[in-house]
Each structure stands twice: as structure tokens, then as C-alpha cells.
Design a protein around this ligand. Structure first.
Ligand code: PEP
Ligand code: MN
Length: 348
């Protein structure tokens, strides 16, 4: 059961609800987000009488019976879809489709500035790029770290783009949060519960990628960790799951999108780059993702994919990305949506 408090709730009213739960012998999880205060009542066989007893308390907006172990994340816990607001122009989960684009890794000032200019010009609203890279081999390029964050931020600001970048470790959360507008949890960290809980207290949106072999329920439970710790601004990202055929890097599970629509109120975007690992498959799968109801895309783009320090084989050339956005706009229109565009300006 989830109790949603009114926006003008007082601490005394929250205490009263907690007290009521305690008197009934129920354990509670309090989640105080930037916009909503929610109270999860864990492990109960709540019935209509119990929900009515909570509903009658001061400061309570609504009470939801939740059928799933992921209480806050479940669509049962909210009457509306969550919109994750990054800034005034960029909102995930509304009618507009948000496109995030940029290199796999930030490699140099020249590379990231050229890419930011190209993706902003083509219509992306969020710059992506890894400064801390989760690489399979410890001998592969690990990213530029703090210097990379600086380069990403300047390149994003130069073109009015928001910035999403991965946080690999609990120790880097504060550092990454000072530069990024959205903190990315990579597939390899989806089960890193201490990192997830730490991100629950960050006041920035979280992009939560699906684990390499995570079920949808495991993925939603990972989101629940973040929400239970207080951060309601989560964007889910389908990035493919591992299977037996090495022709593609992963199998992009687009059926997850309509399934998630019924299970959660959170927005869902798709990563066709890691989802396929194959450059020629990126645009077709982007179009399919939008047709299937995705709220956005995150796409790898590089000025010289052949020389990229990571994931060149799945990175688009600039002109291919221009084509991708134009085709996505047509598909978005066909399904009654539109692609959200960043302002095409350059700060001098
Ligand atoms: C990435 O987006 O940079 C990345 C490493 O993706 P994933 O965690 O999905 O493999
Ligand atoms: Mn990559």
C-alpha cells in the first residue's frame, strides 16, 4: 500500500500517518521527493477498511493498494505517469520524445565539442558521454574521469544541451552530480544496491539502465531502491539483454516498453547502440522503439567512429544521426507524438 501525501503536507501530519501505521503493527518506508511525499506500507494484506483509515487522516491525498513488491514504482501507486523534468525544455514522460546523443566516451575537448555541436544541430536535447567507463578489460580506456566531466559540461552548455553521464561508484556520486543533469546507472551496476540507495538522496534525475541479464521485475526492484531512498525522478532505459547469438551485441527487448507501461508510471527510453552493437541496426531500432511507445532514445554518435576509443562499431557518423532524427520525427508524428528539440543556439 502507498499513501501519497498532499503537496502542502506538514511534518506533523506525516508523523500522524507514521504513528497510525505503527499502531497497526505495520512497517513503513518514507520517501520524500522533490515534488511528492510518499509512504510505503510494507508487507501487508491491506483491505478497503485499512485504506479508508489512512485516507481519513489529515494531509493524505490518496491511498493506493499495490499488487507488486515494487511499491513506489508500480503503476498502482500513481494515477498519473511520472514526468521527469530535467529543465524547462527537457521533460521525459510527456508527449515529446527526448533524444540523448553523444560519444560512448569523452576523449578530448575537440571530439566532445564537435559532437555536441553536431547533435544539437540535428535536434538532440541531451548530450551523452562517459567520463567513468565500465570496461570489460582493465586494460581498455577507462575514461578521462573528472577532466572528462568538465569537458562534457562545457560542451553541453555551449549548445544549451542537458548532460547525462554515468556514475560508476558510490565515491563519485557527489562529483558526478555537480556536473551532470542526469546521473546514469549502467547495466553492470543495476544490481549495485548501495549505489542505488545513494542515488536516492541525490536531487537529480537518474537514468537506470536494464542489467545485462536482468528480468523486468529485477529492473523495477532496482528502481524501487532509488525511490524508497527518496528520489522519484527515474528514467528507465532498455539497452538489450544478453542472449546466445553473437551477431548482435545484445537482444534489444522492445516488448519491454508496452509491458512496462502496464507495470510502472516511470518513463522508458531505449538505447539502440548498446542494444544492437551494430551501426546499421541503430536507426531501424530507434524507429521501432518510438513506434513501440518509447519516451526517448540514447544514441552513440562520434566524429570519427573508426578511431573511437570505445564502441566505434556501434557509433553513428554525424550525417547518419541527422537522418535518424528526421526519420524519428516522422514516426513520432505517426504515433501522435513529437521529437523534443533543443534550441539551436550557441552561447558566445
Ligand atoms: C553506456 O551507455 O555508456 C554504457 C556503458 O552502457 P551500458 O551500461 O548499457 O552497457
Ligand atoms: Mn558505449
Amino acid at each position: 500500500m502507498v499513501v501519497e501525501m498532499k503537496t502542502n503536507v506538514t511534518p506533523g501530519q506525516v508523523a500522524e500517518v507514521l504513528d497510525h501505521a505503527r499502531q497497526l503493527g505495520l512497517s513503513t518506508v518514507l520517501s520524500t521527493g522533490s515534488e511528492r511525499t510518499l509512504l510505503g506500507i510494507v508487507n501487508t494484506t491491506a483491505d478497503d477498511r485499512m485504506t479508508a483509515s489512512f485516507q481519513s487522516l489529515g494531509g493524505v491525498a490518496s491511498v493506493f493498494l499495490v499488487r507488486h513488491p515494487y511499491q513506489f514504482v508500480s503503476s498502482d501507486s500513481s494515477v498519473t505517469s511520472t514526468r521527469v523534468r530535467v529543465n524547462d525544455r527537457t521533460i521525459f514522460g510527456g508527449n515529446e520524445i527526448v533524444i540523448c546523443a553523444g560519444p560512448c566516451s569523452v576523449e578530448s575537448e575537440e571530439q566532445i565539442r564537435a559532437t555536441a555541436a553536431a547533435v544539437a544541430g540535428a535536434g538532440a536535447s541531451v548530450l551523452r558521454g562517459g567520463a567513468f567507463k565500465p570496461r570489460t578489460s582493465p586494460y581498455s580506456f577507462q575514461g578521462l574521469g573528472a577532466d572528462g566531466l568538465n569537458l562534457l559540461r562545457s560542451a553541453a552548455d555551449e549548445h544549451g544541451l542537458a548532460l547525462v553521464t554515468e556514475v560508476l561508484s558510490v565515491k563519485d556520486v557527489d562529483l558526478v552530480a555537480t556536473y551532470a543533469d542526469i546521473l546514469q546507472v549502467g547495466a553492470r551496476n543495476m544490481h549495485n544496491f548501495s549505489l542505488l540507495s545513494e542515488l536516492g538522496v541525490v536531487k537529480k534525475p537518474i537514468l537506470l539502465k536494464r542489467g545485462i541479464s536482468a528480468t523486468i521485475d529485477e529492473w523495477l526492484m532496482a528502481a524501487e531502491y532509488i525511490m524508497a531512498a527518496g528520489n522519484h525522478d527515474i528514467i528507465l532505459c532498455e539497452r538489450g539483454i544478453r542472449s546466445f547469438d553473437a551477431k548482435t551485441r545484445n537482444v534489444l527487448d522492445l516488448a519491454a516498453i508496452p509491458l512496462l507501461r502496464n507495470l510502472t508510471h516511470l518513463p522508458v527510453i531505449v538505447d539502440p547502440s548498446h542494444g544492437t552493437g551494430v551501426r546499421s541496426a541503430v536507426t531501424p531500432m530507434s524507429l521501432a522503439a518510438i513506434a513501440a511507445g518509447a519516451d526517448g532514445l540514447i544514441v552513440e554518435v562520434h566524429p570519427e567512429p573508426k578511431n573511437a576509443l570505445s564502441d566505434g562499431e556501434q557509433s553513428l557518423y554525424f550525417d547518419q544521426f541527422v537522418q535518424l532524427v528526421s526519420k524519428c520525427s516522422s514516426v513520432a508524428e505517426a504515433v501522435g507524438r513529437k521529437v523534443s528539440e533543443a534550441p539551436h543556439y550557441v552561447l558566445q
